[in-house]
Write a protein that binds this ligand. Structure first.
Ligand code: GAL
Length: 449
């Protein structure tokens, strides 16, 4: 198809999923530390994470970051996306911890020494527990807390050019505030609406303030976009799919590009306006420097008369296809083409960066190799679709594979392995999977395939 030189290539991780070292060198606890904890803590919940896995047992990136960056370089990636743990830099969300700052300075310096471009996410879901005690994202004051933290980081880590403000609002808001399966384990409809509005406003406020102070930095944010289709050809199924698209994708994106929340016809969700203050409509409008797009699969919805207010039903992938990943997600490469073209159709005049894409499998080490051919197939087919979107006119600049390393996959614990590099979580030994070798060949060639 197309040649790979058209894009820049990188791999991504996040702090909570890889660093371990949860309570060393002055780091404060985050909502995820406590959500993992078997003890009762502020969140007052037993861990609902599979196998009671705990993020402290992940990759020890805190101690192994040099090895990991060198592996990334060996594969041939030139860009590395990682996140800052707010609680490492500011244990209580407000006051600075110099040792935490030093850690990220070292990581960033090591990237530069190795000619790797760092892309730093400011918020990848690990809110300081001390801020959660004050209401977290439900408290409107968080707009200021987040903006101050973001400003501190951009100023302090001054050699970083590319910043991602908040990772996938839809996922952490839905899972953490509505369904209670992610930290902070809340299940309140009003809380979910308030938190959603405050996250959107935080993106707007932080963007404006950062651009004002640091006009040359590239400031974007990353959004989950899932391609959604109706289960059948009935008009009611199309309507169900359209509504699901609003709830899963558009609600967390369109306010920022000046379209407002697309919820006028869904009375219950439109109650989000309860949390509006004067001027909020304008404050939401943001014009980010780039849009980070993250897509993994396709989801299917159908009409359901028994669902009291939404009248729709999700049709899980394992009920309709056998081509699944370890997350029970359908392998559907065309979805990434469709989601890119959908964002392109907004005519935003800003580049798109695929900030995450990848697949989990139950990888096994056999004779010092991990033969993850399904993952290679996933990457080949998805990258082809990204390049197709580019040649059809979408301004896609780069692509990050999720993930560089096997890591702590939130509520799913350690079973689904997303890495190009296998991590033995007991010994912390790293091993390049066949997919990493495939990427190395792909990146070192200009081959069309
Ligand atoms: C994204 C998230 C990542 C990773 C990935 C795979 O939603 O940003 O942290 O977990 O999904 O599930």
């Amino acid at each position: 198809m197309s040649d790979n030189s058209q894009l820049f290539w990188g791999a991504a991780i996040s702090a909570a999923q890889t660093e371990s070292a949860c309570d060393v060198d002055g780091k404060g606890l985050s909502i995820w530390d406590e959500f993992c904890s078997k003890k009762q803590g502020y969140i007052y919940k037993q861990s609902t994470i599979k196998n009671k896995d705990h993020m402290k047992d992940s990759c020890d990136f805190y101690y192994h970051y040099k090895e990991d960056i060198l592996l990334l370089k060996k594969i041939g990636f030139k860009h590395f996306r990682f996140s800052i743990a707010w609680t490492r830099v500011m244990p209580d969300g407000i006051n600075v911890n110099p040792l935490g700052v030093d850690f990220y300075k070292d990581v960033i310096d090591f990237c530069h020494e190795n000619e790797i471009v760092p892309w730093v996410t400011l918020y990848h879901w690990d809110l300081p527990i001390e801020l959660e005690k004050k209401g977290g994202w439900i408290n409107r004051e968080i707009i200021e807390w987040f903006t101050q933290y973001a400003t501190f980081c951009v100023k302090t880590f001054s050699t970083v050019e590319n910043w991602i403000l908040i990772n996938e609002p839809s996922v952490f808001l839905g899972a953490g505030y509505l369904f209670g399966i992610h930290a902070p384990g809340k299940k309140s409809f009003d809380g979910f609406l308030a938190a959603t509005h405050h996250v959107m406003l935080s993106i707007g406020e932080a963007y404006r303030r950062l651009k004002n102070e640091f006009p040359d930095k590239s400031i974007g944010s990353s959004f989950s976009f899932t391609h959604i289709e109706p289960a059948g050809h009935k008009e009611k199924d199309y309507k169900a799919a359209e509504l699901a698209d609003k709830l899963v994708n558009r609600m967390f994106f369109e306010p920022l590009i000046g379209h407002g929340y697309p919820l006028g016809d869904v009375k219950k969700l439109n109650q989000i306006t309860k949390f509006f203050k004067k001027g909020d409509e304008e404050k939401l409008i943001t014009d980010l420097d780039f849009y980070g797009l993250q897509t993994y699969t396709r989801e299917v919805f159908k009409h359901n008369p028994f669902n009291p207010f939404l009248k729709l039903k999700h049709v899980p992938a394992d009920e309709r296809t056998i081509d699944l990943t370890a997350m029970n997600w359908e392998m559907h490469a065309e979805s990434i083409y469709k989601t890119i073209m959908k964002v392109h159709a907004y005519n935003l005049n800003r580049p798109i960066v695929v900030t995450e894409n990848g697949a989990a499998f139950n990888d096994q080490v056999v004779l010092d190799r991990v033969n993850d051919f399904s993952r290679i197939h996933y990457f080949q087919t998805h990258i082809n679709e990204v390049l197709r979107a580019k040649s059809d006119g979408a301004d896609v600049k780069g692509y990050f594979a999720w993930s560089l390393l096997d890591n702590f996959e939130w509520a799913e614990g350690y079973y689904p392995r997303f890495g190009l590099i296998y991590v033995d979580f007991k010994t912390k030994k790293r091993l390049m999977k066949e997919s990493a070798h495939w990427f190395r060949r792909f990146l070192s060639s200009q081959l069309k395939y």
